[in-house]
Design a protein around this ligand. Structure first.
Ligand code: WT7
Length: 631
């Protein structure tokens, strides 16, 4: 906490408030007025937005039905999110407007219009129906960042199937776990992706993941240039499938509360949880936040650098921008390959207006130096976004000066897989306080409270909670409703976010990081519990504990403490072997940077590992309260 306090002081001292953008949809005064309205009468507010912004097959009986801890938005309304994302734009004469521009790592470019996207979504939707996939069935998608991935997600939504996208960096066991938990009969994948010039085989990961898994009946493979292997009997080619089915597909009539997707994310304990989002509320909230936070207009080119394997991609590559009829850019491969000017050259080449990335990427570019972004004309940029972890003042300054050229506003957006969309962020025309995510979105009432749920004074560190449900709040954890209830029971009456925060006299929130044992490594959420259980699954490991250490680019790096089983001796080669084991079990993103062999671990008398103590020791900080520490 001492660290957090000093970060706060630095922020207030070094950075003066900043106000840059003019001409955004809402002025500061309008934001404040609308926000007041949204809090005084959330149902009136969201009902109006839902009516004005989206098309519905049938309107709702009630905007919000709240039986704590469960809530339903737009009850008994009927709709299909793909109609809002595709059909209505096509019907409005925008068939030829671009939905996406895709760039491969080798520079190859593909563009797809709203009309073409709708056609493909319908073809695949028909194909899935022909494979026996019905409303409510799950489909797992394990693909690189390619247009077929958006088609796959939307095709599921078209027919009411629940997609579960698994990030392409996860290993076979991690993918298997998610396919099994979701019970997907169909998996959609691609043959390979490219990273740093190297082809990475994805299909073989799927092969391994589903080996002996009887639930999976069919695998749809988006084959890519140069593929020449024979499809297995359970496999079909993505393009063949598209050709075989018609380009019209009646959208499934969905109840507002029918499941739209599940997305597995890490928690403090146990296996990842399948966060469930439903159709109506999620559509309303992602549409509205994309429109106002990014000030998105139809002729804007938006670039969210995330991958749809994470919620950022779901909400701000797929559903939010499409619902607004905007054009998005996406680029497969590494940001600094072949060199760190790659992204900036793309901004110039396509004239990107709104750019949304993670602090870890900013810090990486910072390290490479200004010369790379100076090679490109960045004058098309208007708004810059940040997401995934707190953006430290140095990175904020660098982003603002070198990418935004002092002209662009920076929207620092705090939200979570569970929240579905932006919760705290200062709108482009509202006064920004660098280093603070800032003010709440419409309808959102965040608070900072102590352990017992009492509000803490201004500028005091506490737990971030949200007062009431909002339209895109998670509805449950797939098959594990008790894990869902924990969000609303940990601090009775509130949604408990699991983050530490402060709020200043002006109501600006600053997010300081997780309060629990969840790590953020390069903006990717990783549970210490998952890494620990992967560590102890290694034959020579008896016990293990994992902590996050501050890292200048990744935000946090993983350090594991390992007790070996008797008869196993510490060595560097054993360390490498254990790290490789983690990569195999979970994926490269969870591989510890450091391992240390130890004889014991600090535990409470009841036997819980005190990671806090390990971390304080590691960082040379005061140990804090150790009264529960076992001697
Ligand atoms: C956790 C959620 C939301 C999409 C990406 C991550 C951290 C997220 C910020 C921000 C400070 C942030 C929080 C949160 N986080 N955005 N702007 N400032 N911290 O989604 O994997 O569900 O992780 O990311 O700790 O709880 P996620």
């Amino acid at each position: 906490m001492a660290e957090n306090q000093s970060l706060m002081q630095v922020t207030d001292k070094v950075l003066s408030p900043d106000r840059v953008i003019t001409g955004a949809r809402l002025s500061e005064g309008e934001y404040k007025l609308l926000y007041q309205q949204s809090i005084q009468d959330p149902e009136g507010f969201w009902g109006r937005i839902a009516s004005e912004e989206l098309v519905w097959e049938k309107k709702w009986d009630q905007v919000l039905e709240w039986n704590y801890p469960n809530y339903r938005w737009f009850t008994n309304a009927r709709m299909n999110i793909t109609v809002n994302c595709l059909d209505r734009h096509v019907q409005a004469g925008k068939r030829h407007n671009l939905a996406y521009i895709w760039v491969g790592e080798d520079g190859q470019e593909k563009k797809i219009s709203y009309g073409e996207l709708l056609d493909r979504v319908c073809r695949l939707g028909n194909a899935l129906r022909a494979m026996g996939i019905k409303k409510g069935d799950t489909v797992t998608i394990y693909m690189p960042l390619m247009l077929e991935q958006m088609v796959a997600m939307l095709a599921c939504a078209r027919i009411g199937a629940v997609h579960s996208v698994v990030y392409g960096g996860f290993s076979a066991p991690a993918l298997r776990l998610r396919i099994e938990a979701a019970q997907s009969r169909v998996v959609i994948t691609s043959s390979w992706t490219r990273r740093r010039g190297k082809k990475i085989n994805l299909k073989s990961v799927v092969d391994e993941a589903i080996d002996g898994l009887s639930v999976v009946e069919k695998v749809i493979v988006a084959q890519r240039e140069g593929d020449d292997y024979e499809l297995l009997p359970n496999e079909v080619d993505f393009q063949d499938v598209l050709r075989a089915y018609p380009k019209t597909c009646v959208p499934e009539s969905m109840d507002s509360e029918d499941p739209l997707f599940i997305l597995y994310t890490s928690g403090t304990t146990g296996k990842p949880k399948g966060v469930l989002h439903t159709c109506g509320g999620y559509n309303v909230f992602t549409h509205y936040t994309a429109k106002y936070v990014f000030d998105l207009h139809e002729d804007d080119l938006f670039w969210c650098t995330a991958d749809p394997g994470w919620v950022t991609g779901h909400s701000y590559i797929v559903y939010g921008p499409l619902s607004n009829g905007a054009t998005s850019l996406m680029s497969e491969g590494s940001p600094d390959y072949p060199d760190p000017s790659r992204w900036w050259k793309l901004v110039e080449r396509f004239g990107v207006n709104v750019f949304y990335t993670a602090p870890t990427a900013v810090r990486m570019f910072m390290k490479h130096g200004e010369k790379y972004c100076e090679q490109a004309d960045l004058s098309s940029l208007r708004i810059l976004g940040s997401v995934g972890e707190p953006i430290n003042p140095e990175a904020w300054q660098w982003y603002h000066k070198n990418i935004g050229k002092g002209r662009c506003t920076i929207v620092d957006t705090w939200w979570q897989t569970e929240t579905g969309g932006h919760m705290i962020t200062t709108l482009p025309s509202v006064m920004q306080k660098p280093g603070k995510a800032g003010l709440p979105m419409f309808g959102i009432e965040p608070m900072v409270v102590d352990k017992s749920g009492n509000p803490v004074p201004a500028n005091t560190v506490g737990h971030l909670v949200i007062k009431k449900p909002w339209p895109s709040a998670l509805r449950t954890c797939w098959g594990e409703s008790e894990r869902f209830e924990q969000y609303w029971n940990s601090m009775p009456g509130f949604y408990y976010a699991g983050d530490l925060a402060t709020c200043d006299e002006d109501g600006y929130f600053m997010i300081l990081g997780r309060a629990d044992d969840v790590l953020s490594v390069s903006g990717h959420r990783i549970g210490t519990a998952e890494v620990e259980s992967a560590l102890v699954s290694h034959p020579s490991v008896a016990e293990a504990a994992v902590i996050g250490k501050p890292h200048d680019v990744k935000g946090e790096s993983i350090k594991g403490f390992v007790i070996l089983k008797t008869g196993h001796n510490p060595s560097d080669s054993l360390k490498d072997n254990i790290r490789t084991h983690i990569r195999r079990e979970l994926g490269a993103l969870a591989m510890p940077d450091e391992l240390e062999f130890v004889d014991g671990l600090p535990k409470t008398r009841s036997g819980k590992i005190m990671r806090r103590v390990l971390k304080a020791k590691e960082l040379g900080m005061p140990l804090g309260d150790t009264s529960t520490l076992e001697e």
